[in-house]
Design a protein. Structure first.
Lengths: 495, 121
């Protein structure tokens, strides 16, 4: 066998579908271009870098749209890289998320006298990893994509380098992230050892005939635990609140939305394709993880007084809802996939919106406490209206997008028609009620309680933040009212 | 025992033998040599130079930055050497791929240079 591998065969130039690869290539080329411009201009070009980065993200959207129009599934590198509707919806989601993050980072970074241009280049690098992740159907490309997402994020978490909390955030995030990667890599090496291939489709087939059940169970556990760290599922969530609080707030939004979504994408790809025939091993584990995550996340969120920490725990709880369909994927694989994608899209819109309001309000209040939102109805009615939309959406109140996302999750759970699915749906329903308390508590602060400062100086929201707010409000309400997302994600379910 | 595990048995025996030989000789020396410590003898040995300061001294963070840049090109070499042995097989395709790869890495070096990281302040 060794002799076979060493023997030099005639080199055949691999066929590359440039159209399918275009979003990633545009992002890579544009990132290099922005770096070169930054290196030539230094301080002179510094203020154009955020705009240029944003344009690059929109440019990368063009091939995503043409590929969507084309509609055919493209398979590259012997099935290791697949561009299908599932991948395209998520590529679009990541690019729009990246654009909104650039919009609301602009003022934060410029005000704080941080290293500006590098921040945007790192965002672009992380985003490139996310685009790769959506198409990766191979353990190696999934791992490389995950590291490409994480390593820039470790740096950016410690971006406020003169602030001790930011240093703590970066260090905690990096140590836990590296630890999780190591565990995941161990799981992946076991998977490869049993299946003899890194492609998910081959792993899926290998396990339906394999007899090494204990080894497989171990491999599944380690791989899922690795991703559980990335999506901050309980009990692997401990890094999240500290990192979210200490990191620059725009980056927190990026972590809470884009990075978490990327972890979910990998988890969904691996479980639905690699572990497709092994539901009886994976389902109980996901059931427990999902139930514990949403319950613990919501209960701790009740006690938070800092709004960013509260959003961190709310994000943990939301991850619990998103994981729920994976507890019944053996029966309703397609519904599980499309409901998770729907949830990810809507979650991105409403959570990014909530963070935008926090960033905008912090420009006035210089504080992250929930009490600082008091009296917002007087000092910024527009901001208050937007925040109310996002809070109602997060709590799942119609007609905002959040109810649609929850409804999809519940219908997937009930469609499975199994006791475990119904039980998890009940846990999720109880949790939705608990969550409504702390979301609506913020709304109460804004609407009815006085401002802690007791004065109403005028407050203006900068243009870039307004643009981010308009995008997220339109998406949050639009998706809830029209049910637009399920129309897209029903394509996703088709194999 | 399978042939696969038997190979590892040799590794374990070899490791035990190595520990035994080294430990044995040092142990024998400890039994036979006279023990007369003086201040000069119990000092840490560092290439014959007298040690200065304490074991927990801090080193300059600047060395770290250079080490980081070094690692970048060290890893690059790992990819370039196997590629170079097969360059004729890969032809122009391989050449273009490697130029792109080196360009991206070189961009990192130019970045460090332009931002003044390489200056020893």
């Amino acid at each position: 066998m060794l002799a076979q591998a060493v023997e030099v065969s005639e080199f055949v130039r691999p066929h590359i579908d440039w159209h399918a690869f275009a979003p990633e290539l545009i992002l890579l080329a544009w990132g290099a271009l922005v770096t070169v411009i930054d290196l030539i201009g230094l301080e002179k070009t510094r203020r154009y870098i955020p705009g240029l980065t944003g344009i690059g993200f929109l440019l990368a959207m063009i091939p995503v749209l043409t590929l969507w129009n084309d509609g055919s599934t493209r398979v590259l590198f012997d099935g290791a890289y697949v561009v299908d509707e599932y991948a395209l919806v998520l590529k679009g989601l990541f690019l729009i998320t990246g654009y909104v993050v650039v919009l609301f980072s602009t003022y934060y970074m410029a005000d704080g006298d941080y290293y500006d241009s590098e921040y945007y280049q790192l965002i672009a690098a992380s985003l490139l990893g996310m685009l790769v992740m959506t198409s990766a159907r191979d353990l190696i490309s999934i791992f490389v994509a995950l590291e490409l997402i994480s390593i820039p994020a470790y740096l950016m978490a410690a971006w406020r380098k003169r602030d001790l909390k930011s240093n703590e955030a970066g260090l905690k995030y990096m140590l836990m992230g590296v630890f999780a990667s190591a565990i995941m890599l161990y799981g992946m090496s076991l998977l490869y050892g049993v299946a003899g291939d890194t492609r998910l489709s081959v792993i899926g087939e290998a396990f339906t005939v394999s007899e090494s059940k204990p080894l497989f169970t171990l491999a599944v556990l380690f791989t899922i635990i690795g991703f559980a760290f990335k999506i901050s599922a309980v009990p692997f969530h401990t890094w999240a609140p500290d990192t979210y609080e200490g990191a620059p707030t725009p980056l927190t939004a990026f972590l809470a939305v884009a990075s978490k979504t990327a972890g979910f994408v990998a988890l969904v790809s691996i479980i639905l394709e690699g572990f497709s025939g092994q539901a009886e091993v994976v389902e109980p584990f996901m059931w427990i993880l999902s139930a514990v995550t949403m319950t613990v996340g919501n209960l701790i969120a009740l006690k938070q007084t800092n709004i960013v920490r509260m959003l961190a725990y709310s994000g943990i709880a939301q991850a619990g809802y998103m994981m729920a369909p994976l507890a019944v994927y053996g029966t309703v694989s397609d519904a599980a996939r499309s409901s998770i994608v729907t949830y990810l899209v809507i979650y991105a819109a409403m959570n990014l919106g909530a963070f935008t309001v926090v960033i905008a309000a912090a420009r006035r209040t210089k504080s992250g406490e929930v009490a600082s939102f008091g009296g917002m109805i007087n000092w910024s009615p527009g901001l208050m209206a937007a925040m109310t939309v996002f809070l109602f959406s997060l709590a799942g109140i119609p007609p905002m997008g959040g109810w649609l996302a929850k409804w999809q999750i519940f219908s997937a759970l009930l469609e499975a028609d199994r006791n475990t699915g119904v039980a998890l749906a009940i846990v999720a329903a109880v949790n939705s009620v608990i969550a409504a308390y702390y979301y609506l508590n913020i709304a109460k602060q804004m609407w009815f309680l006085p401002s802690p400062e007791g004065e109403f100086r005028p407050f203006k929201v900068p243009a870039a933040l307004t643009a981010a707010l308009v995008i997220t409000v339109v998406l949050t309400i639009g998706m809830g009212v029209t049910g637009f997302v399920p129309e897209i994600t029903e394509f996703v379910a088709a194999p | 025992m399978s042939a696969f595990l038997r190979d590892y048995l040799i590794v374990i025996l070899f490791a035990l033998l190595a520990c035994g030989v080294v430990g044995g000789f040092i142990g024998l020396g400890a039994i036979f040599r006279p023990n007369r410590p003086t201040a000069g003898k119990v000092q840490n040995y560092e290439s014959g130079v007298d040690p200065v300061g304490d074991g927990w001294s801090q080193s300059q963070i600047r060395y770290y930055i250079f080490a980081l840049l070094f690692v970048m090109f060290d890893v690059e070499a790992v990819f370039i050497f196997p590629w170079a042995t097969q360059l004729e097989t890969f032809g122009y395709f391989g050449l273009v791929e490697m130029v792109i790869f080196i360009f991206i890495l070189a961009l990192g070096l130019v970045y460090a240079w332009r931002k003044g990281v390489l200056r020893w302040v």
